[in-house]
Design a protein around this ligand. Structure first.
Ligand code: CA
Length: 229
């Protein structure tokens, strides 16, 4: 497992690096946001450990940038800021976990392993399926980084399908989700919303499709090669 450690305190960086290497991680170290971006352009990481107070800016900016680009790598924020507002801001932007300094390196290693056990596709607040991403905190759906302007009903449907991407989600469950928006749901409201969503995804160039499991429900699936819908 390859890990990028972004920390400007040389002593802490050294300490964390040694502990994680002893635990079997391969660790690259960056002391600035700029250096972190260079590492991220050059290599693929399984996990990012991120300090927030960096000499050239706030680590949260990096969280925001990565999630905007639909980069789903898990991010653990390490910071001395223990205010509740800062934690919420970090998690809303798509960080996956939060460790307040000072911490025991054994706890850090354990939390890193826990993050790496999570299934792919659902990381932080951003759901990712193919070139489609959905920021559940900002209610922002994007295809290849282009914002999709969807009405609340279609957004809600898309979120339910993305949370279970690759699996059939039962009609009743989807209808429940629509009812919770307080809108009137007629017998064919689900079909109508699905077909509108399908058209919007296709028009935006999404590489996922809404598959109909007749009589059962719907599934968000990767598009087969050749563009079959
Ligand atoms: Ca710092």
């Amino acid at each position: 497992m390859r890990l990028l450690l972004v920390e400007d305190n040389a002593r802490l960086s050294e300490l964390v690096c040694r502990a994680l290497e002893a635990d079997g991680f391969a660790v690259d170290r960056a002391a600035t946001l700029l250096a972190a971006e260079e590492f991220l352009d050059a290599a693929k990481y399984d996990l990012i450990l991120l300090d927030l107070g960096l000499p050239d800016g706030d680590g949260l900016a990096l969280v925001r940038t990565l999630r905007r680009r639909s980069v789903a790598v898990p991010i653990m924020v390490m910071t001395a800021r223990d205010g509740l507002d800062d934690r919420i801001a970090g998690l809303d932007l798509g960080a996956d976990d939060y460790l307040v300094k000072p911490f025991a390196t054994a706890e850090l290693a354990a939390r890193c392993r826990a993050l790496l056990r999570r299934p792919g596709g659902i990381l932080g607040n951003v759901l990712v399926a193919g070139n489609l991403s959905f920021d559940t905190a900002g209610r922002d759906a994007r295809v290849a980084e282009i914002h999709l302007d969807l009405p609340p009903r279609e957004l809600s449907l898309l979120e339910m399908l993305m949370r279970r991407a690759g699996q059939v989600v039962a009609r009743a469950q989807l209808e429940n989700g629509l009812y919770s928006l307080g809108q009137e749901v007629t017998p064919n409201a689900l079909e109508a919303a699905i077909s509108r969503l399908r058209r919007r995804l296709a028009a935006a160039g999404a590489d996922v499709v809404l598959h109909t499991a007749h009589g059962i429900g719907y599934a968000l699936m990767p598009m087969r090669k050749g563009g079959e819908r």
